[in-house]
Ligand binder design. Structure first.
Ligand code: SF4
Length: 373
């Protein structure tokens, strides 16, 4: 398949592996953090880690929006559906993420709440349009989640709803921002974080916000960052670029994913986001805690389509499953297989933490691609 097969070519992968082996100095370690869960899955699905020299390790970062969403936000969504009787629409990844009291959106649906899985914001808008004909009193809430990649469609949905006067549609906004999370990780004083030598930067997110958004990594933290595509050869070429930078003592921002990412990003998408959404003062991230200006909320001009204002709920934040190490996994402080529940009690069939549920979660990557205990 064009634009896919050439980035999975085994002969080229072997060439890149040889180049990395030749470049890596034997007298030091290379610890490269891949920010995105997409990178983590590429690394394990294609055996990239096994092609690396012994002294090069990938450290997994927090780049999975489902994994970093705190329980309280899922509790809020369940409460909106059960207390206010709204139709709650969301992406499939979220359905099985554990909420408080061993709840989940899927269990709430089984108990009678009207919770529906959708593939896009357009599906949610279509449900709202249909409801205006069949059940005029029915309210439809779209549970919006994701990094900057999935934010523009939410902005378009808000604009569409306002343009159509669709008053039975609203958005529960949980969009989070990548740069503040990366800044928080790199400011962590934990030994494991202090030993990170370079970053594989987000690819799809960067198509929206542009590579220039990561200039602070070299400037403020003295680390090289390479924006890396999600295919195995992208990851390997990016690792080679990082190893070269580290050996040469350079701390530069480089863009390996230049076929899709520009320094300024998608300015039209950014304008849509600016029109409809504004930064929250602070937002809680699972594993990282409360981070300032790290998420978006709906702008005042769109308050009529803001589910948090229209359907307020109070929830008592629940506790993570005892023994779940998701917070450490998300900060690169622990590998999933170091969690004593991994594979024994926790698996994709019986997930105890978000990192095992999400298709981008590090625990799911280890499980699916054979890194069992
Ligand atoms: Fe949490 Fe399960 Fe991962 Fe352990 S294996 S950190 S319990 S999600």
């Amino acid at each position: 398949m064009k634009f896919v097969d050439e980035y999975r070519d085994s002969a080229l992968a072997r060439d890149l592996a040889r180049a990395i082996l030749a470049e890596a100095r034997p007298d030091r370690d290379y610890r490269l953090m891949e920010f995105c869960g997409g990178h983590t899955h590429a690394i394990f699905r294609y055996g990239v880690q096994d092609l690396m020299p012994e002294n090069l390790r990938f450290v997994h970062g927090p780049g999975c929006p489902v994994c970093v969403l705190p329980m309280a936000r899922i509790d809020q969504a369940i409460a909106m559906a059960s207390q206010h009787g709204v139709t709650l629409c969301t992406y499939g990844d979220l359905m099985r993420v554990p909420a408080s009291e061993r709840q989940s959106l899927l269990k709430a649906k089984a108990a009678g709440a009207d919770i529906r899985m959708v593939y896009s914001t357009q599906d949610a808008l279509a449900i709202a349009r249909a409801a205006t004909q069949q059940q005029p009193a029915q309210q439809v809430v779209f549970f919006a989640i994701g990094f900057e990649t999935t934010t523009p469609p939410t902005a378009v949905a808000l604009k569409t709803a306002r343009a159509e006067g669709l008053r039975n549609f609203s958005v529960f906004c949980n969009h989070v921002l990548t740069p503040p999370a990366l800044r928080a990780i790199l400011s962590d004083s934990a030994d494991e974080v202090a030993r990170i030598d370079g970053i594989l930067g987000p690819s799809h997110v960067s198509t929206i916000i542009g590579s220039a958004a990561y200039e602070f990594v070299a400037r403020d933290h003295g680390l090289p960052l390479v924006i890396a595509g999600f295919e195995p050869l992208d990851v390997m070429q990016s690792a080679l670029m990082l190893v070269r930078q580290i050996n040469q003592g350079r701390r530069d921002l480089q863009n390996q994913y230049s076929r899709a990412v520009s320094p300024e990003g998608n300015t039209k998408a950014q304008a849509l986001m600016r029109d409809t959404l504004v930064p929250r003062e602070r937002f809680e991230w699972r594993g990282l805690g409360w981070l300032p200006e790290s998420a978006l909320k709906i702008a005042d001009a769109y308050a009529d389509w803001d589910a948090e204002q229209r359907f307020p709920v109070a929830v008592t934040p629940g506790r993570e499953h005892e023994g779940c190490e998701c917070p450490k996994v998300l900060r690169g402080l622990m590998e999933p297989t170091d969690c004593k529940l991994f594979g024994r009690v926790c698996s994709p069939e019986n997930p105890l933490g978000a990192c095992m549920v999400s298709s981008e979660g590090a625990c799911a990557a280890y499980w699916l691609h054979g890194r069992s205990r």
